[in-house]
Design a binder for this molecule. Structure first.
Ligand SMILES: *Cc1c(COP(=O)(O)O)cnc(C)c1O
Length: 395
């Protein structure tokens, strides 16, 4: 029956496991271990654990399993492995499948820690990593050689909000037998189904929209049952990046309200992008869902025209103006999470992307005046008024 459910129903009921008490809200099984009825039962479970049989929370736990099944069902994939953070998911998925001598082709515009894993860690173990401009299909085509094992990208890049063509890049990767791993955080499970567009593995930092209220770190690796249970699980359960049962419970509750939160946030983001276009203090207003975005046709095809919950503003007068603007805001907070109920602004050049050399910042369009705004659940009119007064003060 659940096969016919639409996403919102999946996000509320998917994966539910009830104990003998018939609780309505999912139980938190805050236990690291499980008791076996006999020595023989323990031996049997280590040999082949059944669906409802758990061994140790690093390997799996009923609350964590509920979260994995719910988000897998929402995403329309066979299985998922929940991790301690988004980075445990990114590094775990890549490390679990790669070995010395493999070649990875990746978009250059990446979350700072993703870049570190690819550039500094994987290369240390003999993996060749090649970076391309994710929006340039010719660069992907040239780089995806027959030696390529994996292709990695963020479907919407941070903080300049460029969109990668999932279907086109996946086709190129599959033609040489490479696995496509997509970090889909900015696109969200609500607006993007990367799997149906060709990705083999989808990764989320659940810390962002899935929690949605800035409480817990978490992540998820989604893919085929074979990939998750035969490649990811052995790596994760032995190296220790598993999600805690308490976090899984927070994320389960987050999934229930994900759709309505993300849609409300995206609606406000679009309204703000529209209201701020052409403002005389701004050189650029970047929002994938706005018709002025350079890749608007791709956003239509890939995300149904929805641009997500993040927009970026580029102040004409550079860093001093950006700082004055941030300091003059009274409703949003200055921080670096995203997907939160609270609107959050970040100055990437001096925080999240501080360590990038200037030439890299220039290539990625991370200018001194650029601020990234994760749009929250506040009233859109209040946010608009606050931004306008802060832009006035930034002059
Ligand atoms: C936040 C983020 C991550 C890392 O997630 P954590 O939960 O902070 O470990 C990875 N990729 C993207 C695109 C992110 O925004």
């Amino acid at each position: 029956m659940s096969d016919t459910w639409n996403p919102r129903t999946r996000a509320v009921h998917g994966g539910t496991r009830r104990s003998q008490y018939g609780e309505v809200s999912e139980a938190i099984f805050l236990t690291q271990g499980f008791v076996y009825d006999s020595a023989e039962a323990a031996a049997q479970r280590f040999e082949a654990a059944g669906e409802d049989e758990f061994i140790y929370a690093r390997y799996g736990n009923p609350t964590v399993r509920m979260f994995e099944e719910r988000i897998a069902m929402l995403e329309g994939v066979e299985d998922g492995f929940a991790t301690a953070s988004g980075m445990a998911a990114v590094s775990g998925a890549l490390t679990a499948m790669l070995k010395s001598g493999d070649r990875v082709v990746s978009a250059r515009a990446l979350f700072g820690s993703c870049l570190y894993v690819l550039e500094e860690i994987l290369t240390r173990y003999g993996v060749e990593v090649v970076f391309v401009d994710g929006t340039d299909l010719d660069q992907w085509r040239a780089a995806i050689t027959p030696e390529t094992t994996a292709v990695f990208f963020e479907s919407i890049s941070n903080p300049t909000l460029e969109v990668v063509d999932i279907a086109a890049v996946s086709d190129m990767a599959h033609s040489v037998g490479a696995t496509v791993l997509v970090d889909n955080v900015f696109a969200t499970p609500v607006f993007s189904n990367a799997i149906s567009q060709g990705a083999d593995v989808v990764i989320y930092s659940a810390t962002k929209h899935i929690d949605g209220q800035g409480r817990a770190l978490g992540g998820i690796i989604l893919g085929t049952r074979d990939f998750i249970r035969k490649t990811v699980e052995p790596y994760m359960k032995h190296t220790g990046g598993s999600m805690s049962p308490f976090t899984a419970w927070v994320m389960l509750k987050g999934l229930e309200t994900l759709d309505m939160r993300v849609r409300a946030q995206a609606e406000t983001a679009l309204a703000l992008a529209d209201a701020l276009q052409g403002h005389d203090a701004l050189a650029r207003v970047l929002y994938p869902g706005h018709h002025t975005h350079a890749q608007h046709p791709l956003v239509q095809a890939q995300m149904g025209g929805q641009g997500g919950t993040v927009l970026s503003l580029d102040l004409k007068d550079g860093q001093a103006a950006a700082f004055k603007f941030l300091n003059a805001l009274t409703i949003p907070v200055i921080s670096n999470n995203l997907g939160d109920a609270k609107s959050i602004l970040t100055h990437p050049a001096t925080t999240t992307h501080q360590r990038l050399p200037q030439d890299q910042k220039d290539i990625l369009g991370i200018t001194p005046g650029l601020v990234r705004m994760s749009v929250g659940l506040e009233d859109a009119q209040d946010l608009r008024a606050d931004i306008l007064q802060a832009l006035d003060q930034a002059k």
